[in-house]
Write a protein of this length. Structure first.
Length: 332
């Protein structure tokens, strides 16, 4: 796949990872860093391809290392170098700036790359399906899901202080995630340990997960969408990159105690985003984190007061609807 030349140099693109891992590249007549030219004797010189990983080597990267160990790159006259950047979240920009030829990254960040005009495109997928699997020896008693129905397996059967539920913040639909949570929570029964759901971060999803019996969460989503101008407010969110906010003197949210809302206007933040000032990302992130913490505090207060079921409608209204872009960003 190809894209535009910039400053006379073509660019290979970046790679996206979600729960499926993708590759991205850009450049008209794009070539790897080494050029791959032929020497006077007619032997093609091996081209060097630099690949930025999204994290330290892990199962998502098996295909890359398998190809390297089995000489597949050598067969194509390629010298492939894998590196873990000091900032593992900057893969797309490292490719766009020609510091790397390819990068492994989250699929959802390709939407933000398009918003920022980065000359990168997805060129392939490393992991077409999630790696979550239940495996057993062929001659064991476990022959399928029905065999272990009602049994405590994995982390839930070990003496940890809490129970982690993972693999439910990727590319499944909210209905699929809710159905899986209902099964998992029911299987845990009266186990008193805190239940931690990995990677869920939007207010609407947090609320639904609490409703189904989840206690703890983690996610990069509040910061990730903030860096792209998306700010959460009661009832939904604002896109500060829209022109409508260029002259808006009001705060992002009237009753918010964060630094952004107390001291700066929507117009000022919109200006910072257009100027690509780092302060924009910091202020927007502070706001989204403040909104998330306040929202969770409201949920806890409602539970303590015994009013959570009755107040679900009001809390859902405050959370707003999750957008398709946020669904794509949930592998955090």
């Amino acid at each position: 796949m190809r894209s535009k030349k910039r400053n006379g140099r073509s660019r290979l693109l970046a790679v996206g990872v979600a729960l499926s891992v993708m590759l991205v590249a850009c450049g008209e007549d794009a070539e790897p860093s080494g050029g791959g030219s032929e020497t006077g004797g007619g032997t093609a010189e091996a081209a060097t391809l630099r690949v930025a990983l999204d994290w330290f080597p892990n199962p998502d990267h098996v295909a890359l290392y398998y190809a390297q160990d089995n000489g597949f790159f050598d067969d194509q006259n390629l010298t492939v170098e894998f590196e873990v950047p000091s900032d593992v979240t900057a893969g797309l920009k490292l490719v766009a700036s020609n510091r790397f030829d390819l990068s492994v990254f989250y699929q959802g960040d390709m939407f933000f790359a398009a918003q920022e005009g980065l000359p990168v495109i997805a060129v392939g997928s490393l992991v077409p399906q999630p790696l979550n699997s239940l495996m057993a020896l062929h001659d064991s008693k476990v022959q399928g899901p029905e065999t272990v129905k009602g049994a405590t397996i994995g982390v839930a059967g070990l003496p940890f202080d809490g129970i982690c539920i993972g693999g439910l913040a990727g590319d499944e639909t909210p209905d699929e995630r809710d159905a899986a949570l209902d099964v998992a929570v029911a299987a845990l029964g009266d186990d008193p340990r805190p239940r931690y759901l990995m990677g869920l971060g939007s207010p609407a999803d947090l609320l639904e997960a609490v409703h189904r019996g989840i206690d703890l969460f983690d996610s990069v989503l509040p910061a990730r969408v903030a860096r792209n101008g998306q700010l959460w407010v009661p009832g939904g969110r604002l896109n500060l990159r829209n022109r409508v906010f260029l002259d808006d003197p009001g705060p992002v949210q009237d009753d918010c105690p964060c630094l952004l809302c107390r001291r700066f206007s929507r117009a000022y933040l919109a200006h910072l985003f257009r100027a690509k000032e780092l302060l924009a990302y910091r202020l927007a992130t502070c706001h989204n984190l403040t909104f998330t913490l306040d929202f969770m505090a409201r949920i806890r207060a409602s539970i303590r007061a015994g009013a959570f079921p009755a107040e679900m409608s009001e809390l859902r209204s405050r959370a707003g609807r999750i957008s398709g872009g946020e669904v794509a960003e949930q592998s955090a």
